[in-house]
Design a protein around this ligand. Structure first.
Ligand SMILES: NC(=O)c1ccc[n+]([C@@H]2O[C@H](COP(=O)([O-])OP(=O)(O)OC[C@H]3O[C@@H](n4cnc5c(N)ncnc54)[C@H](OP(=O)(O)O)[C@@H]3O)[C@@H](O)[C@H]2O)c1
Length: 336
């Protein structure tokens, strides 16, 4: 399977390391032989139709800061031209999530689908701003658009709700979908001020370069949009979410919640409305997880409520969700 990877940061590099470490059993167990034919980052690109040497690629990125130094023979092909002109089966989009105009991911994804390429995106921006039209574009071009890694990192939240609960009618759900704010709120419950908890989270590398994405609830809202569209069949985008972050949560709010045997958590919920905001959650509720963990509780008509808990992010975890998507695509291609 010929693959183009856009973006070669934490997730992109984890993915190629996963390909390398699993190459034998991926082929033996699933018949999957990933061949990465093109990779680009913000500074340039690497191309090899016979398959890029992934170890050499990671070394070049580490040493020179860009994949463009992969080969001594420089190529000037831009990322977009690579998508337009290189023959590939799947595009893996891992550039940074942006909730203003979703670029550059949006153009990468739409260009690839119009070229009849399947797409796997871990980038939430395009899905948060244009989920319904992207799914229409995928259907029109008869390609698959997969995005398991956008919600829950490696924890298969979307697959669980869509696959394991098939036939059920999910009536509502609520979840802690942003590990960074959960880490900050957990530390505030342990006595730290908001400022100290934020500083600690930054030192540990948990906070996005644009801290507003975490603190103002935008990351959680983007995940809520994806869930609402995919699981509930709604046609919504970011502006439909009522969103409040955690900047105004005080230590007094946290102490008051504790007196009621509760903790304050940034909850993304789909009930009567779509909302992200700080809410009191009982300490006895399985949803009330701590640290950077994510959790989501689905309530359905006949099966009651089930809560899934897992690591919501991480390079390797997210790469493993891309692998799941690739296997699904491989299965569909084989079927046809
Ligand atoms: N990390 C996680 O645990 C996780 C989990 C779930 C989803 N995600 C999502 O996955 C995506 C990637 O995350 P990450 O942690 O890998 O981010 P990252 O380390 O910041 O990597 C982003 C990559 O995108 C490249 N890039 C940025 N602008 C570009 C442009 N205009 N053209 C081409 N490449 C461009 C960067 O290039 P340079 O290397 O040249 O800067 C970098 O290689 C994000 O959308 C994130 O929200 C991440």
């Amino acid at each position: 399977m010929r693959i183009i990877i856009c973006g070669f940061g934490v997730v992109g590099q984890s993915l190629v390391k996963l390909f390398e470490s699993r190459s034998e059993d991926l082929y033996a167990k699933y018949g999957l032989k990933p061949r990465v034919v093109g990779v680009f980052d913000s500074k340039g690109s690497a191309v090899d139709l016979s398959g890029i040497d992934l170890e050499k690629l990671v070394a070049a990125k580490k040493k020179f800061g860009s994949v463009k130094n992969y080969s001594k023979i420089k190529n000037n092909i831009s990322g977009l031209n690579m998508i337009k002109n290189l023959d590939a089966d799947v595009l893996v989009e891992t550039t940074a999530s942006n909730y203003k105009d979703a670029e550059p991911g949006m153009t990468h994804i739409t260009t690839a689908m119009k070229k009849k390429m399947h797409v796997i995106s871990v980038n939430k921006g395009p899905l948060a701003l244009a989920f319904p039209s992207l799914l229409e574009l995928a259907a029109y071009n008869q390609v698959m658009l997969k995005f398991s890694g956008t919600v829950g990192g490696g924890t298969p939240i979307l697959d669980y709700a869509k696959g394991s609960l098939r036939g059920e009618r999910i009536t509502s759900f609520a979840g802690i979908l942003n590990g960074t704010t959960n880490y900050i709120l957990t530390n505030m419950a342990n006595g730290l001020s908001f400022e100290s908890a934020l500083k600690d989270a930054k030192n540990k590398g948990y906070v996005e370069a644009d801290e507003s994405l975490d603190l103002d609830g935008l990351d959680a809202a983007a995940k809520l949009v994806i869930l609402a569209n995919w699981i509930m069949g709604m046609k919504v985008t970011m502006p439909d979410i009522k969103c409040t972050g955690i900047r105004n949560v005080t230590t007094d709010d946290i102490k008051n919640a504790a007196k009621k045997n509760c903790a304050i958590k940034l909850l993304a919920s789909c009930n009567r409305e779509l909302e992200v905001g700080p809410k009191e959650v009982s300490l006895d509720d399985p949803l009330c997880v701590n640290g950077t963990l994510n959790a989501i509780a689905f309530t359905s008509e006949h099966s009651g409520t089930q809560t899934i808990i897992g690591k919501g992010a991480g390079g390797m975890e997210t790469a493993s969700s891309i692998l799941r998507d690739l296997l699904d695509i491989r299965k569909e291609i084989a079927k046809n």
